[in-house]
Structure formats: structure tokens, C-alpha cells
Ligand binder design. Sequence first.
Ligand SMILES: [Zn+2]
Length: 84
Amino acid sequence: MTTIKYKCVQNRICDGCTTGCEPLTIGRIVIYRSPHTPDNAPGEEGVIWSVNDHYVFVRYGTSVTSQATPVDRLTFVYSGDHDD
Ligand SMILES: [Zn+2]
């Protein structure tokens, strides 16, 4: 059983406290950027594997293990539609 966590508008992990908190859905594609990487840089693409109260665990590239990543370093990849 999985409880959905959210990327809060306050750049932390929350339970969806307000409008605008983005669901950290398992399998969702995210981009990691280090603190020194500009927002318009390509970043590193990964897939959300699991989430706890403190970190998002992301599998990057062809890695078979997930890495604990602070949520404020992650941005979402949006497909063209909003069906999900
Ligand atoms: Zn929130």
C-alpha cells in the first residue's frame, strides 16, 4: 500500500497540504539538477521509485538502484496532455 506524497509549494515533501502541491507519483519522470546547475540546463532524468517523508528515491538513467534525492532539486517533466 502506497501513500501518495507531494512536492509542496514550499519545496518540501508534504501530504498535499494546498493547491499547487505536485503529486510525487511512483513512475513519474523527474529531472535532477544540482544546486549549481542552472534551471535551463538539461539536468539528469530519472524515475520516481519511492518516496518517504524526507527524500524522493529516484532511479537515474540505467541505474538499477535508486538514490535518495532532496525534493527541492527535482522538477517534473510534463507530457503534452494533462490526463494523468
Ligand atoms: Zn504542500
